[in-house]
Design a protein around this ligand. Structure first.
Ligand SMILES: Cc1cc2nc3c(=O)[nH]c(=O)nc-3n(C[C@H](O)[C@H](O)[C@H](O)COP(=O)(O)OP(=O)(O)OC[C@H]3O[C@@H](n4cnc5c(N)ncnc54)[C@H](O)[C@@H]3O)c2cc1C
Length: 244
């Protein structure tokens, strides 16, 4: 017999986990289903943002900023740094630790707020009067009934036509946040927030980064002054399409 909930949220990213916690805080019996797994199959709540987006990107921005300051900014303060080097494996391990702490933090918030968590792929399996049937596709399996369903399944990186991601030469955000050594040259397609963040990380560590942007400005969707500030302080090379 399927366990019944007032709300079932499919997807445990920032959209889903916050909706689930709020539903539970409002007194609704709530479950959240999320399929993200670590390399060894453990649940990793938090979706793109926590696993391969905002959180790891900020962790690497902090590491690379420290490295850049030590190499370029400390001298004028009279701080002499000798033998400056970057241990990329250690930097990535720290990033992974930060991610795991955030995964665990969300699991803790679920427990604290009494959100039932199901690890697996959620799918609609039919409707009955007053309830949706939801199937959890996972080794343990499971069937839930929900009066209300919130679909918060997020998005996936889109490859350019004919250029599939292999996360060796052609990287999506996941691969770009886990490059095992500083590449000599890196091309970044798109000078929006994500492209600039990832480009900044590797440029600060010594990569020659080329940004490809079709619009006439970087950060096209951002406040103009912020976009200008970033453009003028960037030491990356930028190429724009001739039509842009
Ligand atoms: C490098 C990078 C940096 C970023 N930095 C920022 C930032 O600083 N600030 C900011 O606001 N945003 C940032 N973003 C964007 C942010 O990550 C997304 O906007 C956010 O993750 C979207 O949240 P979401 O809950 O809609 O989807 P997601 O985070 O994608 O979560 C969806 C979840 O649902 C799961 N799922 C999908 N289908 C099913 C199913 N059928 N059953 C069960 N589970 C399912 C997925 O596996 C995933 O865990 C960044 C993104 C990237 C790539």
């Amino acid at each position: 017999m399927a366990e019944s909930f007032d709300v079932v949220v499919i997807g445990g990213g920032p959209g889903g986990y916050i909706a689930a916690i709020r539903s539970a805080q409002l007194g609704l019996k709530t479950a959240c289903i999320d399929d993200w797994a670590t390399a060894d199959g453990k649940p990793a709540l938090g979706g793109t943002c926590t696993n391969v987006g905002c959180i790891p990107s900020k962790a690497l921005l902090q590491s690379s900023e420290n490295y850049e300051h030590a190499g370029h900014a400390f001298d004028e303060h009279g701080i002499d740094v000798k033998g400056l080097a970057i241990d990329v494996a250690k930097m990535l391990a720290r990033k992974n630790k930060v991610v795991r702490q955030n995964n665990d933090g969300i699991a803790y918030l679920f427990k604290k707020n009494k959100v039932a968590f199901f690890h697996g792929l959620g799918a609609f399996a039919g409707g009955a009067p007053g309830a949706w049937q939801i199937k959890v596709q996972a080794p343990g399996g499971g069937a839930l009934a929900a009066k209300n369903v919130i679909v918060a399944t997020g998005s996936k990186p889109r490859a350019l036509p004919g250029v599939a991601f292999d996360n060796k030469l052609i990287l999506d955000n996941d691969g770009a946040l886990a490059i095992p050594e500083v590449p000599n040259k890196l091309g970044v397609v798109g000078a929006g927030v994500i492209g600039l963040e990832i480009g900044s990380v590797w440029r600060r560590l010594g990569s020659e980064v080329t940004l490809l942007e079709v619009l006439p400005v970087f950060l096209g969707a951002a406040d103009e002054q912020i976009a200008k500030g970033h453009g003028s302080s960037s030491r990356s090379r930028a190429w724009r399409s001739s039509s842009g």
